[in-house]
Design a protein around this ligand. Structure first.
Ligand code: SF4
Length: 105
């Protein structure tokens, strides 16, 4: 003799089983998004075209500005590096600078 299972409980167990089975797929999908992009090499042609340096204090023209204060910088606050809209797929140093620096709006 089997006990009848409540439909609400059955649906809950089904959803729980689905969630557990999809968790590895979700982690595999999210892991690349959380990983940092490769740093922009300062000696690359695209970096040299805008006089990019990894240390703004070394650039006489920076005027005290850096990537961290640039309107094109998309790094998280306090991060040492982050994406720049000028260089898709690459990170720049928060302490860096280039001649395309624009103020934040
Ligand atoms: Fe840094 Fe802004 Fe130049 Fe990008 S555009 S490299 S964030 S100064």
């Amino acid at each position: 003799m089997t006990r009848p299972v409540c439909p609400g409980r059955r649906a809950l167990l089904r959803r729980l089983a689905l969630g557990v089975s999809l968790a590895p797929v979700a982690m595999a999908t999210l892991r690349p998004a959380l990983a940092a992009a490769p740093l922009l090499p300062p000696d690359s042609n695209e970096a040299r075209a805008v006089h990019y340096v990894e240390d703004a204090s070394a650039a006489k023209a920076s005027g005290g500005n850096s990537c961290a204060t640039c309107g094109l910088y998309q790094g998280a606050g306090g991060a040492t590096q982050g994406p720049c809209q000028l260089f898709p797929g690459k990170d720049v140093k928060a302490a860096g600078w280039c001649s395309s620096w624009v103020g934040q709006m």
